[in-house]
Design a protein around this ligand. Sequence first.
Ligand code: SAM
Length: 247
Amino acid sequence: MKQIEDKSLAVILAELKKVLDANIKGDIVELGCYKGETSIEIAKVLAIFSGGARRGCPKNVFTELSNQQDKQVKNIIQEKILGADRATGPEKLINKKLWLYDSFSGLPEKSKEDLSAIGESFQKGELFCTKAEVITKFAKANLPKPVIKKAWFSDLKPEDLPNEICFALLDGDFYDSIKTSLELIENNLTKNATIIIDDFANPALPGARQATEEWLTKIKSKTNSKPPQLKLQQLGALAIINMRNIV
Ligand SMILES: C[S@@+](CC[C@H](N)C(=O)[O-])C[C@H]1O[C@@H](n2cnc3c(N)ncnc32)[C@H](O)[C@@H]1O
């Protein structure tokens, strides 16, 4: 079963493109990559922006991207992402690494914040896959191998993360997982970085929203600068946080 809807994928890729267009400093992280289905789409966009088309990045990367079924995704990918490359190419070639994290042991235990009458299908151990599956997926697509860390988020150390982060996709589903993810990236976010939290508005996974809102309150209380410091938008189930003058 696909973990991210096509519409959400379109939003994620469009937000990523904004960050790349603006040449915001830092690398890209995904905490909760599972089989790497979204990671691979992110990697394709990175390949385009790092001059992949001109450097002989395999054609299938581009045809796959434009063969998406969903109209909205197709539109974003063809016009906003591929279009940029077909014309003159992104003006500044970027050189950013993709860092992926997962337990590769499935979901952890839920906490009380995750309880929902309609959330019973998300249980400990579900969504199991292996790191090897992700490595193979990237190799088959001929895309550069990302940094992949197998660990519970709570066991990650600061040195396991890139020093500078411009784009973070947090998809750990549960309260503790999202809380820990936000705390892990907090000090490494660069100015104008974007954070996307999946399931923010998914009633089956209420912990994701609670963890995000608590973190936002904490961050806002820590900064003295005048608003707007931080913009929170909700698109479908996703929360998009743009860090402005906050870091
Ligand atoms: C919904 S899936 C991710 C889907 C993926 N982002 C995609 O777009 O295909 C959630 C993943 O988060 C991982 N995860 C959740 N909580 C975690 C934690 N605390 N530590 C490590 N991995 C965690 C699970 O193992 C699972 O693979």
